[in-house]
Design a protein around this ligand. Structure first.
Ligand code: URA
Length: 433
């Protein structure tokens, strides 16, 4: 196709692509007239040259319009959503969704499967026997009206361009481009009918963004697209040096989320969730600011409404939720090689161990094991003696368990001195400003 060849050369030579060219490219990818080798070449030119703000917004527009756009105005309330750029042990959505609903707002999420150290939110929910993530649109809407919370798998008809482009990017070294990432994330949110959004942008060794500066750039682009579509977007930046909480793995993470919903559980999961809840409630129609939103969320965790809402949500979506009731797999324990303070837990290594154990996917068609994963017995700052248990890795398969254990063993650093406590909440970018 000569036209596409020209578009590739145009971008390769550093020129800006206009809306028409971007639209023709996206439409061609979806209808099959642009072959994958040309699409990959253009994606690589975009990675190497970068995308301008206008290109980013126009690309997201072409992607939104490549498929069906859900109109959730039938719910007659703003439907809120949250997106995380991905972190190890990130089970925040499992707590946040029923929490926001327990506070009287509406939380609706359409989620993709994706690749990752552990499965995504859908895999975590599916670790609850019977939980249905594939709901027809009418049922999704009715559930939002009825109980104010629903998390379902993304319809194939929403942003079909992203499915094709993301799969190509995954195998052609073209994930890393902020414009492509922002367009991909926001097109899915806009087309799914999200009225307002909070982005949890993770920064650190366990995240794909190593520094706050980079996260701010991505946040700015996402907000640009949100503004274009009139979907207020707040960005919150959180640290991802060590895993969030003590569990990494689908069912293990649901169990931990349940503890947080009951007002217990690890402080870091609770803190990130409360920050996001405050920000989301401030974007709702409840007429509260973030401080009041957070106060209401704390109250719902303390008085049992959030946990109750989680149970109702599971029930309505078919899940048979019984805390602690799941098949426990054989474990390998990692132990401290010497006495001292735990000064580091490498999130990336813990994530890799969980993935090897069977908790995550390497390829999109891999299946995940709901019970596989890692449980951290000690966290950064803890004093340990030689031989103390630091973590356990659970896997059905002895060979995988041994391989995961070898990775996990290298995740811990022990020093003489107690480490300084790093900051968890790194900053924010509000709707106005
Ligand atoms: N997540 C997405 O949804 N898209 C990207 O491009 C990267 C991460």
């Amino acid at each position: 196709m000569d036209f596409v060849n020209d578009v590739i050369a145009w971008k390769r030579d550093g020129h800006e692509l206009d809306a028409g060219r971007l639209r023709a490219f996206v439409d061609g990818v979806v209808n099959g007239s642009v072959p994958s080798y040309q699409a990959s070449a253009l994606l690589m030119a975009m990675v190497l040259r970068g995308l301008s703000d206008t290109e980013t917004v126009e690309l997201s527009r072409a992607m939104v319009e490549s498929g069906k756009m859900l109109d959730l105005r039938v719910v007659r309330r703003p439907v809120l959503d949250k997106h995380s750029s991905g972190g190890v042990g990130d089970k925040v959505t499992l707590v946040l969704a029923p929490l926001v609903a327990a506070c009287g707002a509406v939380f609706g999420k359409m989620s993709g499967r994706g690749l990752g150290h552990t499965g995504g939110t859908l895999d975590k929910l599916e670790s609850i026997p019977g939980f249905r993530v594939q709901l027809p649109q009418g049922e999704f809407v009715r559930q939002l009206e009825r109980i104010g919370v629903a998390v379902v798998s993304q319809s194939e008809r929403v942003v079909p361009a992203d499915r094709i482009l993301y799969a190509l990017r995954d195998v052609t070294g073209t994930i890393e481009c902020d414009g492509l990432i922002a367009a991909s994330i926001m097109a899915k949110k806009v087309a799914s009918g999200t009225a307002a959004l909070v982005l949890d942008l993770k920064v650190g060794r366990g995240a794909f963004m190593g520094d706050l500066h980079h996260a701010r750039d991505l946040g700015r682009l996402c907000r640009l697209i949100g503004d274009f579509y009139g979907r207020p977007t707040t960005c919150i930046f959180t640290s991802m040096e060590a895993p969030l909480g003590r569990t990494v793995g689908n069912r293990l993470e649901v169990e931990e989320a349940w503890q947080v919903l009951r007002g217990e559980g690890p402080e870091d999961v609770r803190e990130v969730t409360l920050n996001l809840a405050g920000a989301l409630l401030a974007l709702s129609d409840l007429g509260v600011d973030e401080t009041e939103g957070r106060r209401r969320a704390e109250a719902a965790l303390a008085d049992g409404r959030a946990a109750e809402h989680f149970e109702r949500w599971c029930f309505v979506q078919g899940g048979r939720w019984k805390p602690g009731e799941f098949h426990r797999l054989a474990a390998h324990q990692t132990r401290a090689s010497r006495a001292g303070y735990l000064t580091g837990v490498d999130a990336m290594a813990v994530g890799q161990a969980a993935q090897i154990a069977g908790a995550g996917r390497r390829r999109i068609d891999d299946t995940v094991d709901p019970a596989a994963g890692v449980l951290l017995e000690r966290v950064v700052g803890d004093r340990v003696d030689a031989g103390d248990a630091l973590a356990a890795v659970f896997s059905r398969d002895p060979a995988r368990r041994a391989q995961a254990a070898a990775v996990l063993d290298r995740a811990f650093t022990i020093g003489e001195e107690a480490p300084q406590r790093g900051r968890l909440m790194l900053g924010r970018m509000e709707v106005e400003g």
